[in-house]
Design a protein around this ligand. Structure first.
Ligand code: UD1
Length: 421
């Protein structure tokens, strides 16, 4: 088990290149199952979750290879799904990564059946999959759940109109993948609008699918007989970008972000400007200059284009050293404030009441031994460590490795004093 040791109080300076989006790559890898032809995905981040998804694909019968461009260091994955013949998703790997749920839609589309363990709740609260299952049932799948396993089968998926009670990212993606292989048209109403959904649409369309509307409330999918192989570049990771933007602001530093789509981080930019940071958008790069005094702001997490729940912990770290009181309301997940307790160990003044957290800014955070229990909480604790007086140790780095490629290398290059032991 590794941990980060951080000596705080360095202003971050320099530039950082944002990696490809984890949350775009994972559904895309699942989507490769829908064809028998070779797919190439470029700009893939080297992350634990991506490795797990590749291993799941291999165990289903695919071949997955990685290629690294020597000059740019960019990783590409070459997936040959021709040999996929098994419909049972490996149980331990399913439990390790929730995103294995994406294989329900694509395996149904390819083989007409799928069996997998029920992905449990996690550290950010219960994460039901009822919207995924209801959507697949609407397309004609018979689903049975027994002893913690889900079995879905359908030899003839048929397009349907599906209204999601909540614009769930995963349910929208799962239904899109199954609907591509269904007969006729599917309409997903109240669909999630995240940029990763648009990226999935682009990838599936490059494979020969006929999908319109991703990024809007209603997505229309015309089923096609067969999908072919495709080559695709993944969009940059907007949450990694947001995390470095907060790193610049919290350390009163100056950081230039490369490989970022400014529109995808607009809600974060708006909040950072409210706290007093300068954010300059030039030539597809974003420069963030931290203010000497951070002002308090209120934040409410919402589905895209609202403020992302995946940036809430990092903003809590920032607001814990602002001059005044901020209120953070978490509307997407039920209990996503575990990091508040760890931040309090570092001297933060945070009171959690249900889905709201009242953050009274303090002058200084102090280094402490803290533990990351999930990916974004881990990022928040690293950010707090960067501004704290003294030494912070962050345990549970494997959670951070799930979603941040080379985090310590990137921070070191910006002048942070951080190392992994
Ligand atoms: C995705 C992201 C995750 C992000 C989240 C919200 C990936 C791989 N993960 O997760 O990083 O935090 O979007 O932006 O893309 N819900 C149900 N029933 C369902 C599905 C969801 O009630 O069947 C609820 C969830 O419990 C949660 C809310 O809907 O409260 C949002 O979940 P959802 O959008 O589905 O998130 P994920 O796709 O799991």
């Amino acid at each position: 088990m590794s941990r980060y040791v951080i000596r705080g109080r360095e202003r971050l300076q320099g530039s950082v290149t944002v990696s490809g989006a984890k949350n775009a790559v994972l559904p895309m890898l699942a989507a490769t199952v829908l064809t028998r032809e070779r797919c190439v995905i470029h700009g893939v981040p080297r992350l634990r979750d991506v490795q797990v998804m590749c291993e799941i694909l291999r165990r289903l019968g695919a071949s997955v290879e990685k290629e690294v461009d020597k000059t740019s260091g960019t990783s590409s994955l070459i997936v040959d799904p021709a040999g996929i013949c098994r419909s049972e998703v490996h149980e331990d790997l399913t439990r390790e990564m929730r995103s294995s749920i994406f294989l329900m839609g694509s395996l149904l589309g390819r083989l007409g059946e799928v069996t997998m363990a029920y992905p449990g709740g996690c550290d950010i609260g219960p994460r039901p999959i009822d919207l995924h299952l209801r959507g697949l049932e609407a397309l004609g799948a018979n689903i049975s759940e027994r002893h913690g396993y889900i079995h879905a089968e359908c030899r003839d998926l048929v397009g349907a109109e599906i209204h999601l009670d909540f614009p769930s990212v995963g349910a929208t993606e799962n239904i899109m993948m199954a609907a591509v292989a269904a007969r006729g048209a599917t309409l997903i109403r109240n669909a999630a609008k995240e940029p990763e959904i648009v990226d999935l649409q682009n990838f599936l369309n490059a494979m020969g699918a006929n999908i319109k509307g991703a990024g809007m409330d209603v997505i229309r999918i015309e089923g096609v007989k067969e999908l072919k192989g495709a080559e695709h570049w993944v969009i940059p990771d907007r949450i990694e970008a947001g995390t470095f933007m907060v790193a610049a602001a919290i350390t009163r530093g100056r950081v230039l972000l490369r490989n970022v789509i400014p529109e995808h981080v607009e809600s974060v930019t708006a909040k950072l400007r409210e706290v007093g940071a300068t954010v300059v958008d030039s030539d597809g790069c974003l420069e963030v200059i931290g203010p000497e005094i951070l002002k308090p702001v209120d934040i409410k997490t919402l589905p895209y284009p609202g403020f992302p729940t995946d940036m809430q912990p990092q903003m809590m770290a920032l607001l814990s050293v602002a001059e005044g009181t901020s209120i953070i309301t978490e509307t997407v997940f039920e209990s996503r404030f575990k990091h508040a307790e760890e931040l309090r160990r570092m001297g933060a003044n945070i009171k959690v009441e249900g889905r709201a957290a009242v953050v009274k800014g303090v002058k200084t955070l102090y280094g402490a031994a803290v533990e990351s229990t999930n990916l974004r909480s881990g990022a928040a604790l690293v950010l707090a460590g960067l501004v704290a007086e003294g030494i912070t140790t962050v345990d549970g780095v494997h959670h951070i490795d799930r979603g941040y490629e080379d985090l310590e290398q990137k921070l070191l290059k910006l002048g942070a004093r951080v190392h992994r032991v």
